[in-house]
Write a protein that binds this ligand. Structure first.
Ligand SMILES: [Zn+2]
Length: 299
């Protein structure tokens, strides 16, 4: 009996409990190993506890037993990434979800509708996996680049996407561009493969969330070394079509005032990121910096 036969219909599994197994499944035939696989395969429904139970009959050997929820599947890799990069979703944004945005007064969401929609699509991990990318406005790309002035909600949207991918069992790497550059440069001249290990992890992460891309030392062109790091990481993600979410205040469209993404990083990076890897969506409207704390930020 395959696991897909055993999977409960998605909508019938609130709180991770199997209320209505698909088809006529003999519950007594389910072993602990089967239930462990189902828990790891069905969408997260543990409510953050990391454990799910199943409504098997009282005399079933697994009655009352709890199994690891799918949202914890990426734990080991997430711990490894945290150890290597010391990064993660900033505490300020950790509790943000799309419901947090839905609760905002509509006038605060002015200029953010398109970005909210695109981010929500990116958070649909099952659909992403089915489509083999993020299908948006009739085009398939692997990633999303949110651009706009500071405080408009780019990082908050990225946090909500990150949370959805974690709940789907992925191990995203969340890192600011400045942290990525620093953690790699810190390894220069040290014995061992530190810089290459970090580069490889960033290149291959389940989902790379690169926050504040371009922000290290203000305006002007990025240094050759920064361009090298950007190219090694983002070029790889472009070539391998890997889920990537970038936030930046650099304009991905070329403009004339010398401060766009292309001016900062050069055409090879610009063309791969903005014209092939990512959908580029603006985040504008009111500044949200002071509102997050009321909308699911840390208490
Ligand atoms: Zn869960």
């Amino acid at each position: 009996m395959s696991i897909s036969d055993l999977m409960p219909p998605k909508t019938d599994a609130p709180n991770g409990r199997v209320t209505e197994p698909a088809g006529a499944v003999d519950l007594y035939a389910l072993t602990a190993a089967d239930l462990r696989q189902i828990a790891a395969a069905q969408p997260c429904g543990c409510g953050g506890t990391g454990w799910v139970g199943f409504d098997v009959p009282f005399d079933h050997p697994c009655h009352g037993r709890l199994f690891r929820c799918r949202c914890r599947a990426g734990d080991a890799e997430r711990a490894r990434l945290a150890g290597l990069f010391g990064a993660g979703v900033p505490p300020r944004y950790r509790r943000l979800t799309f419901e947090s945005f839905a609760r905002m007064p509509p006038e605060l969401l002015d200029g953010k509708g398109e970005a909210l929609e695109a981010a929500q699509s990116f958070a649909g991990v099952e659909q992403y996996r089915l489509d083999g990318g993020l299908y948006w406005r009739g085009e398939l790309r692997a990633g999303l680049l949110l651009f706009g002035p500071v405080g408009r909600g780019k990082t908050g949207l990225a946090a909500a996407v990150c949370r959805a991918w974690i709940e789907a069992g992925a191990a995203p790497l969340w890192i600011t561009w400045g942290e990525l550059v620093e953690t790699i440069q810190r390894e220069y001249g040290r014995a061992g493969d530190g810089q290459y290990e970090r580069l490889d992890r960033a290149r291959g992460a389940d989902l790379l969330i690169l926050d504040e891309f371009g922000d290290v030392d203000g305006a002007g062109a990025a240094s050759n070394d920064q361009r090298r790091i950007a190219y090694r990481v983002l070029g790889h993600r472009h070539d391998h079509w890997l889920p990537t979410l970038i936030t930046t205040n650099l304009n991905p469209m070329r403009d004339d005032d010398g401060s766009d993404l292309c001016d900062r990083f050069g055409a090879p990076i610009h063309d791969r990121v903005a014209e092939a890897l990512c959908h580029c969506v603006p985040v504008e409207g009111p500044n949200l910096r002071c509102t997050y704390l009321d909308l699911g930020g840390p208490k």
